[in-house]
Design a protein around this ligand. Structure first.
Ligand SMILES: Cc1ncc(COP(=O)(O)O)c(C=O)c1O
Length: 347
């Protein structure tokens, strides 16, 4: 099957903008940098989930779903955007959040409430000390809620945290095709794309797109925000095989194509690092573009470090995939990171 034949609903305006980062490139000395602005997707402050949800929600509609059931961290971008996308299509959304109910709503959790989530359930990490246990308990709660909905005559459609890997693969393969066209109009071809890597769905799609539309010439660099690189490489490989089988295309995935760096996670998922903070400030002060502290800030910290280590040729054209996540800048957990910035005074 051709990518263009897979059913999808329309949630964004495509292509998303491609911005050259002249001042940031000049500051770093090399290479030529662009940002692919997935953060400028139109729903509820945008992000990379919008492309994936176009496929997920087409499937939900085909199932005649009445309610979406999903899960994520308390400050999940995925949950915020699922509620927003559900609203566009007249579907209710119930979410299970990993964490304890915050005393004051901030960041994404505030927006989940503003967007009118039909239910926000919490699975408390204190009851599930290991991460695997917490994830298992969250998934079990999602299934319980789906069952309760069925008993009430509703039709639930479950969307996994971060969307199904297949939907990520289809979405971001499409994004590569979009970029190839955008660069062709500029008389350029991108050498590398750098992305934050959480569940790995986005990176899977970028690698698939690189194989389908650039003969594997586009290097895809993933910067982990949580899991070890080995685990992510294995997961992305499996996701790729699933996507290739779904599309029914004869495609070999060469060894060594999946590049993931896990040296920029710091103490853990969502925990700020000094390098993330510097990267967020650098991009906001050179380009006027905001990054987020959980995903794109750490990905940019990785990009800056890799540039410094000579990981790209000076003549390369490198794309930073801005995957969104801006509401997390305003989450209570992030307050100490940026609120301590000095007031510039009256200048
Ligand atoms: C802002 C942002 N960037 C990047 C990612 C990572 O995407 P993926 O889960 O497809 O690796 C996510 C979601 O997990 C996200 O919310």
């Amino acid at each position: 099957m051709q990518l263009g034949q897979v059913p999808r609903v329309r949630l964004g305006y495509w292509p998303t903008p491609l911005d050259e980062l002249l001042r940031l490139s000049r500051y770093l000395g090399r290479p030529r940098l662009f940002a692919k602005r997935e953060d400028l997707t139109p729903l509820a402050l945008g992000g990379n989930k919008i492309r994936k949800l176009e496929y997920a929600l087409a499937e939900a509609q085909a199932h005649r779903a009445t309610t979406l059931v999903t899960s994520g961290a308390t400050q999940s971008n995925h949950v915020r955007l699922t509620i927003a996308a559900g609203n566009r299509l007249g579907l209710k959304t119930i979410a299970v959040l990993r964490g304890h109910r915050p005393s004051a709503p901030t960041g994404n959790y505030l927006l989940d409430r503003m967007l009118g989530a039909a239910g926000l359930h919490f699975v408390d990490p204190r009851d599930h000390p290991s991460r695997e246990d917490l994830v298992r308990a969250t998934e079990a709660r999602v299934q319980e809620l789906a069952e309760e909905l069925r008993e009430r005559g509703e039709v639930p459609y479950v969307i996994p945290n971060g969307c199904a890997p297949l939907h990520g693969a289809l979405a971001y393969a499409g994004c590569v095709l979009e970029m190839v066209h955008q660069f062709r109009e500029l008389g350029l071809a991108p050498h590398a794309v750098v992305t934050a890597c959480g569940t790995g769905g986005t990176q899977t799609g970028l690698v698939l797109g690189s194989l389908l539309y650039t003969q594997g010439e586009l290097r895809v660099v993933g910067i982990s925000v949580s899991a070890p690189a080995t685990a992510l490489r294995e997961r992305i490989q499996r996701n790729l095989e699933e996507a290739v089988a779904f599309l029914g295309i004869p495609l070999d995935v060469p060894e060594g194509l999946i590049e993931v760096h896990d040296g920029y996670v710091g103490p853990g998922y969502g925990i700020p690092t000094p390098e993330m903070r510097d990267a967020v400030l650098l991009v906001s002060r050179t380009e006027g573009i905001l990054l987020d502290p959980v995903y794109t800030g750490k990905a940019m910290a990785g990009l800056v470090d890799l540039v410094g280590k000579g990981a790209f040729d000076p003549e390369d054209v490198v794309v930073f995939l801005h995957t969104g996540g801006i509401p997390a800048l305003f989450a209570d957990a992030q307050a100490p990171t940026f609120q301590v910035l000095a007031d510039p005074g009256e200048g």
